[in-house]
Design a protein around this ligand. Structure first.
Ligand code: PBG
Length: 330
C-alpha cells in the first residue's frame, strides 16, 4: 500500500499518539553524572569553559551528591585534582588521595548512590600523560601495575565500580585480576573501550588540570577515522572482563555506538564529553539554540544509536526536566 491509503502523519497528529509510538526515551536511570573533586575546604570553583560545572572540595561534593541522588540519578563518576603531581602519579593510588577520601565521605552520607571512579594517571602525573614515561615514550606495561593499584585503592575506599580511561593495552585484565586478588570480585569494570584522541576533551582538561605538557595522546587514544578498530578494542576489553563498555566522545561517534550495539550484548555507555556540553551551553547562552530541546535530541540520539547509559554534564538538568514532565514535551 502507498499514498493515499498510507498516511504516515496519522500517528503524529497529537502528543498522545506520538507518545504511544515513540521508540526511544531517555530515563533518569540511564544517567551518570561526572564530578570533579579538589583539595581544600568549603569551596567550589566554576569551570569557566563549562558553565554550571564546578570543582568541589570534599565537604561540598558530599552536598552535591546528596542533591544528585535526590534527583533520582543512580550514579556519579569521580575525577580528582590532587594536591601535587609527580612523574609516578603517586596521588592516583595514595590510600588517602583526593578521590579515595571523597569516596569515603560520599559513602558515609549517601551510601546507596553508585560511586564510579575514573581510573587514569593523567590528572596525577606532572607531565599530564595517562601513563608513565620511559625512554621518551608512554610505557604500557609499567603503567598497568599503577592502574591496577589505583583501582584497588578506589575499591578499598568503597567505590562501587571502576572505569579505566587510560587506553593502555591489557589494562582491563590487569585491573580485573588485581581486584579479584584483593577480594573485590564483585566490583564491576566499565571500560572506556573505544576512546578517541579528541579535541572535544578540551574543557575537561581545564577542569581536571590534565593537559599533556608535551605532545598529545595519539599514541594511545584511537584515531578518529577508525571504526573497525573500535570493535576490536571493545571485543578485547570484553574478553579481558569488562562488564560495561564505553564509546567516547558521543556526538561525532554515534556510528561507533551503533556498531558496538550490533556486535555486542554488553551494556554500552556513551560519554557526552566536555566539549559537547560547552558547545551547547555557549550556543544556548547566545540565544542561538533552545537548550532543553537540543539536549533532548542529543541524549535521545544516543539511545537511538544503541547506548544504554549516558555520562553527561547535563544529567542534573535532564533529571529535573524529566521530573517536571517537560523533557521532549513542548
Ligand atoms: C582521563 C579522561 C579524560 C576524559 C575522561 N577521562 C580526558 C582525556 O583523555 O584527555 C574526558 C572527559 C570529557 O571531556 O568530558 N584520561
Amino acid at each position: 500500500m502507498f499514498f493515499p491509503e498510507v498516511r504516515m502523519r496519522r500517528l503524529r497528529r497529537n502528543e498522545n499518539l506520538r507518545r504511544m509510538v515513540r521508540e526511544n526515551r531517555v530515563t533518569v536511570d540511564d544517567l551518570i553524572y561526572p564530578l570533579f573533586v579538589m583539595p581544600g575546604k568549603d569551596s567550589i570553583q566554576e569551570v569557566s569553559s563549562m558553565p554550571g560545572v564546578y570543582r568541589f572540595t570534599i565537604d561540598r561534593l558530599v552536598k552535591e551528591v546528596e542533591e544528585v541522588y535526590s534527583l533520582g540519578i543512580p550514579a556519579v563518576i569521580l575525577f580528582g585534582i590532587p594536591e601535587f603531581k609527580d612523574e609516578a602519579a603517586t596521588g592516583a593510588y595514595d590510600d588517602h588521595g583526593i578521590v579515595q577520601e571523597a569516596i569515603r565521605a560520599i559513602k558515609k552520607e549517601v551510601p546507596d548512590i553508585v560511586v564510579i571512579t575514573d581510573v587514569c594517571l593523567c590528572e596525577y602525573t606532572s607531565h599530564g600523560h595517562c601513563g608513565v614515561i620511559k625512554d621518551g615514550e608512554i610505557n604500557n606495561d609499567i603503567t598497568l601495575e599503577l592502574l591496577a593499584q589505583t583501582a584497588v585503592s578506589h575499591a578499598e575506599a568503597g567505590a562501587d565500580m571502576v572505569a579505566p580511561s587510560d587506553m593502555m593495552d591489557g589494562r582491563v585484565a590487569a585491573i580485573r585480576s588485581a581486584l579479584d586478588n584483593e577480594g573485590f570480585e564483585n566490583i564491576p569494570i566499565m571500560s572506556y573501550a573505544a576512546k578517541y584522541a579528541s579535541a572535544f576533551y578540551g574543557p575537561f582538561r581545564e577542569a581536571a588540570e590534565s593537559t599533556p605538557q608535551f605532545g598529545d595522546r595519539r599514541s594511545y587514544q584511537m584515531d578518529p577515522p577508525n571504526v573497525k578498530e573500535a570493535i576490536r578494542e571493545i571485543e578485547l576489553d570484553i574478553e579481558e572482563g569488562a562488564d560495561i563498555v564505553m564509546v567516547k566522545p558521543g556526538l561525532a561517534y554515534m556510528d561507533v555506538v551503533r556498531a558496538a550495539r550490533e556486535n555486542f550484548d554488553h551494556p554500552i555507555a556513551v560519554y557526552n564529553v566536555s566539549g559537547e556540553y560547552s558547545m551547547v551551553k555557549a550556543a544556548a547562552r547566545n540565544g542561538w539554540v533552545d537548550e532543553k530541546r537540543i539536549v533532548y535530541e542529543i541524549l535521545t540520539g544516543f539511545k537511538r544509536a544503541g547506548a544504554d547509559l549516558i555520562l553527561t554534564y547535563h544529567a542534573k538538568d535532564v533529571a529535573r526536566w524529566i521530573k517536571e514532565g517537560t523533557f521532549g514535551v513542548y
